[in-house]
Design a protein around this ligand. Sequence first.
Ligand SMILES: *[C@@H]1O[C@H](CO)[C@@H](O)[C@H](O)[C@H]1NC(C)=O
Ligand SMILES: *[C@@H]1O[C@H](CO)[C@@H](O)[C@H](O)[C@H]1NC(C)=O
Ligand SMILES: *[C@@H]1O[C@H](CO)[C@@H](O)[C@H](O)[C@H]1NC(C)=O
Ligand SMILES: *[C@@H]1O[C@H](CO)[C@@H](O)[C@H](O)[C@H]1NC(C)=O
Ligand SMILES: *[C@@H]1O[C@H](CO)[C@@H](O)[C@H](O)[C@H]1NC(C)=O
Length: 942
Amino acid sequence: MAISLSPAKLVLLAVHFAVQADIDSLAVLSARHDTVLRKDLVLRILLTYLPETLQSNKYVGFLESLQRGTLSENIHHDVDASLVENLTEEDATKRVRKLRLLPLTLKETPKEVGDDSITSFLVRRSYKVDEEAGLLAELPTLLLPFMDHSPYVRTLLISTILPLLRRNCEYHPENPVQYTLSAFQQLPDRVAANLLLSQTGAREEDLPVVGRDLRGLIGPWLVDEKKWKIRRHSIAPPNGEEDDGICAGYDEVLRWLTTQASKNWKVAVSAIQQWGGPGDADLAGWGKLELTEQQQDHVRRAYAKAALASAYVLPEASPEAIEGAYSIVAQVANSCDLEPLPPFSSTVTLLPPLAEQISEDIICTKSATFMRNDLLSSSNILTTPNNSTVAFLEALILSAHLLTKAGHPCTIRRAGELALLQDERDQKEQATKLIHHMSHNGPKTEDKFWIRARNEVLWLRDWGAEEVSADATAKGVFSKLKKELLEVEILKALLSNTRYALARSLYEDAPDRPLDQKVLQDAVYATAMTAYDNASNPNRTRGGLKKCDEIIKSFPETFPKSHPLAKKVEALLQATHALSEYRLVLKQGEPFTPIVLRVHSDPVSIIGKILEQNPKSYTRLQDFLDLGSRMVQAGLVKPSSSPSPTALSHPPEQVSHRITAMCIDVALTEEDFETAYSYVVTRLESSSSFGQQQPDDYSWRVALQAGKYRRTSRTVRPTHYGTSSANPEIRHLEQRIECLSVALRIAPPATLQEILNVYRRAEEELDAAVKAEEEREEEWDWKGDSIVNSGNMPGGFTNSTTTGSTLSKPRTIPTGGRRADKEEEAPMSLFDLARATGLTGPKNLSALSGLQRAAGGAFGLDGMGTGAGTGTRTSTDSARSAEAMSPTMSSHDGDGGGQQRARKRDQLKNAAMGTLVSGVGWLVGAPGPAAGSGGGGGNGRE
Ligand SMILES: *[C@@H]1O[C@H](CO)[C@@H](O)[C@H](O)[C@H]1NC(C)=O
Ligand SMILES: *[C@@H]1O[C@H](CO)[C@@H](O)[C@H](O)[C@H]1NC(C)=O
Ligand SMILES: *[C@@H]1O[C@H](CO)[C@@H](O)[C@H](O)[C@H]1NC(C)=O
Ligand SMILES: *[C@@H]1O[C@H](CO)[C@@H](O)[C@H](O)[C@H]1NC(C)=O
Ligand SMILES: *[C@@H]1O[C@H](CO)[C@@H](O)[C@H](O)[C@H]1NC(C)=O
């Protein structure tokens, strides 16, 4: 039923139906009165009055009909016009004027919308639904039917509404983008892309759906044709400005990707693994992205570039991050149809030869800046995907992996710096640290580990190149280091981990020896010494010394037993081991460690410490002499370290003299005069090779020291007496004088006066003692026989072992003994003697004679130096003093009889003659008739 209403009333009625959301009535009304309610008017009414909360499906059909002009005048539908029936026209017109219907187009409406009213309506309606009702989800239903009608609507729906809807309602509803649809649409690409992706991979559990986000958010977003442009320049702009790329929005996404790689690498790795680039888009079946060939190519290369860049900026040096980087590169190789990468685990095992594939022009200092700057720039050669750059990155990743795995976390960029900057010092430091770390943390017993470790270190140097020819640039993170250097470090690591057999098989037995003989020898020796120096125990069967020994012996061809260095080490070990038998503390409370011996500026002085710290150890003189000669053989005794300049000529002898002197000195300190005496007369004399070189400084001093020694109650008693003087006092003086005569023989001329002074005092004492003894003997003779017979001996002299006297015991007297015989053979005067011996070494003789003149002839050598006198001795004093100079001091007459006493005096005289000769003979270098013969001087010798 047609009602006749004025246009104003029709409009009012239509508005009413719109407000009421009575779409059916509105449709009928519009159909019946289409001359008044034209399409644009109806759309304006809907835009202004249809509630935004109304579900789209309630009116989208009406819109379609309206758009197509196919509204049907449903005759069965009653239109209730009562609302406007009784209005006056005037009133109705007035009301219509107040309706203020919204226009379909605004001046800010994009020009792509054109003047199509339905498109304009849909756009404005969409904004309003979003803004007034927040019902973004209703928009697809509203817009979908018009996609084919309007490209603008299609773009709006797919590229803006779809990503926003997914972002806010489906993927990350807990953190929606706080922009209205229209505001979002106007955001710059950079902001929009980052907003869309702001929650992507934000939580660990989101990592598996990073690809979904890119596919579902970025994929649609990039469909907007406005974001794509045809590259205006076929070549890069001449002013060096960066080409913006073909799609600003896409570039933003790639920038986001590399930023993630540098901050949150797992997101980047997930993204590259899960997303195939712009073509890999989820458009909800509403359309598809159409790109030209050129664009597709650009898109793929740009993505690959960003992926490679991501690998370079990966900041973490963890195994997972490095493996992630590898997966990125593998992906790039795959997507760009480059040489495919094997699985990570097999690459790591194989250590592939990569050097060949890497072009020379990549390896340069300039490339290093490309690792830091303009990674996405088209001029960056490192991120230009081709077989060469991919192989280079693969090599860096594998290098970083090997270093990280070996305990030296290394990022890919760091590996890149090592390889590109080629700073030898830096590379060396890294290599040394690496091998050192392996050495300290590797499994000590697994040869397999060590073989592998060596292969890895060598691979790091050349990335699996065949022998690098001299002119080619070496490629690798240790490219500047000589192979030899690395081999030496590895060898040292093997040895310090007791992999002796392996070391030998690699470096000594292998047909192509990696090290030349000299280098091998030096390395092995140095390692042995390091083991030695780290030892805490001087026992050679333990710890560092054992290791040192084993190391040398594990290279029998390099160090045969006869090799000087092998001998040297053996001597060192023996010397050190010898020290283990003693208590030895060098510094306050610190026990001795072997290295102290090796670096000691005066190792012989350590023997002095042992003597001090180990009572009675001085009796082991021979052991110490052996030790000293080991020290010399081990090269520990350096000429410069010797305190005496005279030592320069002959260190070994110097050492043995010094050790003997030390033992004598300590023996005296420990009041063991007998031992000291015995060393003086046997060791100093036998060891002093007079006449050949300057005597050393230790021997005469200590002989003098022994000569000065005075018996006390603490003095160690001799164990037996031999055949010497029975009177302990006389015997002691005789021994002292013997020591002094040794001193005289070996001392330098300048010191003779001092020794002579001591000598003379001792002689006077001996004189007095002998006199006292004679008196006692006479007294003894006087009451002699009866007491002897009764066995009642006064003065405790009956028991020699308690008194130290053998007076009571009759003894065999060497009547007409050797010394008396010698008298006949002896030259008549010292002067003659000097002449007879051809003046070979008369130094001390002339010195002595000079001294005698100065001393007023007290020594009985008057006139000697002038050569004028006959030199015949007359004084008994001088006879005795000469006699005393001999170690073969005559025996005493222990017999109580006067006859014996008389004989004894003669004998003394005779002996004096003989010993003077022998004594002076020594001075001038003639063979001493008494040297070493079995006189009384042997007391205390064993
Ligand atoms: C309009 O006026 C007619 C006649 O005057 C009357 O019958 C009708 O009830 C009125 N309608 C309304 C809704 O007031
Ligand atoms: C990369 O190497 C592969 C395999 O060696 C080869 O097939 C491919 O052509 C190379 N690609 C380029 C761009 O050189
Ligand atoms: C790969 O690209 C780099 C940089 O453009 C270039 O220097 C190199 O020669 C290329 N290598 C190959 C094998 O294409
Ligand atoms: C050295 O060590 C071995 C074995 O540990 C031990 O038998 C020996 O007694 C030690 N020698 C010395 C002098 O301590
Ligand atoms: C000498 O002294 C020792 C020890 O005091 C004693 O055993 C020995 O019998 C003594 N000899 C004589 C002959 O008295």
